[in-house]
Design a binder for this molecule. Structure first.
Ligand code: NAD
Ligand code: MLT
Length: 525
């Protein structure tokens, strides 16, 4: 039975889903040295933001197939290292959207009305009505940095509270911003005009310290900053300095450069509100993310695709389902052309032909690479790491589309250039989804792939087929089917044989000795 390690607190509903297919061990708060020791036992891992899945942990995770992040941000996982090792990383992109957006909105209102300090004051038996005069958000300008899922929900609700909306997001269209009632502006204008600035961006090299001393110097004295996105997007020292000098009016932070927050001057100011990374901490969101991620882990352990894999670009379950026969075709052809080419492959060209030409090529290219590398890497290559493995081996991948080639309504052509020469294969799907190899090295044939195959390039002359047949018979190899493809009579031809048995050692070199045989290749699919 598969084993799943749950290394951060996860709602029980997720654990129940995983328990249907695996042994689930809940071990939270493990130090990295302990985690590295036990991780080789596990097939899957489920976590929140507490566990850091570093390169070292991934290197030790020799059985790991999937890492499930019950939340959005995967910045606590070394995704490139996981990808290289063929480990699927999944998250829950929408499970906590509302929770995080509502937390940001609560922060905006708490900052405006001094809720945390006023609450504390009353509990301290004070009644300080003058001290806590607040500000209304109505007709104030809210600058939304990052107009994705959470930023959009914040914008929607803020609009209904009568706020004017500015947004900065270089990857969002003007139409989308217009739909949300936001004016898309450059970041400096947003800094200069906003009364409230709320961050809803991932932490990337571009967003690290996006709010720094210079940015803070551009803001209005009544500006208030809210960060319920990611620690490190604000330079905390610069923020403290700006608050201390009265350059901005306040800040509300749920996320920090270091978590848990250590010694920090952020605690010293009444107009800085701090919460301990609570954005996703609602009962509803925790159920959502636990179910979302546990279901994906269960599916992957059962050999099904994950719906929100962050490191299998373009291969969503929908695409997988629709494209499955073509992916199978691409894998088979990749495997075949890789074996025909042999040696070190330098270039793989993938051409989508006929009606297939109008399809997005990426999934088919990935499947072709997976097939190509499968002889060398066996089960180590999968949809996650195929492209990266090809890149690391210096294999150039070329994708082309040609709708004008219509031997079949749609077909796929692969050519592999390697240290031993170039070979090409073409294949198509029959109406029942069966695969046919329709061309090898430019010679038209029509054979189904089979476990054991023999291909020869020979001179088209009487007797040659009989010789090969009797040679195979003398080694007790049964021929399931045979096809010859030629371009001209008595010119060169290709023979494709499907065999019931593998070719015994030594037989291939006997075949190449037959007069008229130029080349022979044995293939295992
Ligand atoms: P999302 O991917 O839907 O949106 C992120 C947006 O940021 C995208 O529209 C993207 O175009 C934009 N963006 C990327 N780089 C940018 C840049 N340099 N400048 C401006 N915009 C940029 O993600 P989401 O679900 O809305 O989550 C937003 C953030 O909130 C993430 O960092 C996520 O990890 C975090 N989050 C925090 C909590 C919490 O508990 N505090 C909960 C959920 C999500
Ligand atoms: C997230 O990215 O989803 C958040 O950080 C929520 C969390 O895991 O607590």
């Amino acid at each position: 039975m598969a084993k799943v390690l749950v290394s951060d607190p996860i709602d029980q509903v997720g654990i129940d889903i995983l328990s249907q297919v695996a042994q689930v061990d809940v071990k939270t708060g493990l130090p990295p040295e302990e985690l590295v020791k036990i991780i080789p036992e596990y097939d899957a891992m489920m976590l929140r933001s507490g566990t850091r899945v570093t390169k070292d942990i991934i290197a030790a995770a020799t059985n790991l197939k999937i890492i499930g992040r019950a939340g959005v941000g995967v910045d606590n996982i070394d995704v490139p290292a996981a990808t290289r090792q063929g480990i699927v990383v999944v998250n829950s992109p929408e499970g906590n959207t509302i929770a995080a957006a509502e937390h940001a909105l609560a922060m905006i209102l708490s900052l405006s009305r001094h809720i945390p300090e006023a609450n504390q004051s009353v509990k301290n038996e004070q009644w300080e009505r003058k001290r806590f005069v607040g500000a209304e958000v109505y007709k104030k300008t809210l600058g939304v940095v990052g107009l994705g899922k959470i930023g959009s929900h914040v914008a929607n609700v803020a609009k209904s509270m009568g706020m004017k909306l500015l947004a900065y997001d270089p990857f969002i269209s003007k139409e989308r911003a217009d739909q949300l009632g936001c004016t898309l502006v450059d970041i400096d204008l947003l800094f200069a005009e906003s009364d409230y600035i709320t961050l809803h961006i991932p932490k990337t090299p571009e967003t690290t310290h996006l709010i720094n001393k210079e940015a803070l110097s551009k803001m209005k004295p009544n500006a208030r900053i809210i960060n319920c996105a990611r620690g490190g997007t604000i330079d905390e020292d610069a923020l403290v300095e700006a608050i201390a000098a009265g350059k901005i009016a306040g800040a509300a932070l749920d996320v920090f450069e270091e978590e848990p927050l250590g010694e920090s001057k952020l605690r010293d100011y009444e107009n800085i509100i701090l919460t301990p990374h609570l954005g996703a901490s609602t009962a509803e969101a925790q159920v959502n993310v636990a179910v979302d991620v546990a279901e994906q882990i269960r599916d992957v352990l059962l050999g099904l695709p994950a719906r929100s894999a962050v490191n299998i670009p373009g291969l969503t379950p929908d695409v997988m389902e629709k494209m499955r026969p073509y992916l199978q075709l691409a894998e088979t052809l990749g495997n075949l052309v890789g074996q025909l080419a042999g040696g070190r492959i330098e270039r793989l060209t993938v051409r989508l032909q006929g009606e297939l030409a109008s399809t997005k090529g990426q999934p088919i290219v990935v499947a072709s690479i997976k097939g190509l590398l499968s002889q060398a890497l066996r089960e180590r290559v999968n949809y996650v790491n195929a492209a990266i493995e090809a890149k690391e081996r210096g294999i150039r991948i070329i994708e082309t589309h040609d709708a004008s080639i219509r031997d079949y309504s749609d077909s796929l052509h692969l050519a592999a250039q390697g240290s031993l020469g170039e070979h090409s294969v073409t294949g198509a799907l029959l109406s029942d989804g069966e695969i046919r190899i329709t061309d090898v090295d430019g010679f038209p044939i029509n054979v189904p792939p089979s476990n054991y195959m023999l291909f020869t390039v020979h001179r088209d002359m009487p007797g040659i087929i009989g010789k090969i047949g009797s040679l195979l018979g003398s080694f007790n190899v049964n021929i399931a089917s045979m096809q010859v493809g030629r371009k001209i009579v008595r010119g060169d031809a290709v023979m494709a044989l499907s065999l019931d048995d593998p070719l015994p050692e030594g037989l291939l070199s006997e075949i190449t000795k037959v007069s008229g045989i130029r080349d022979a290749y044995t293939v295992k699919l």
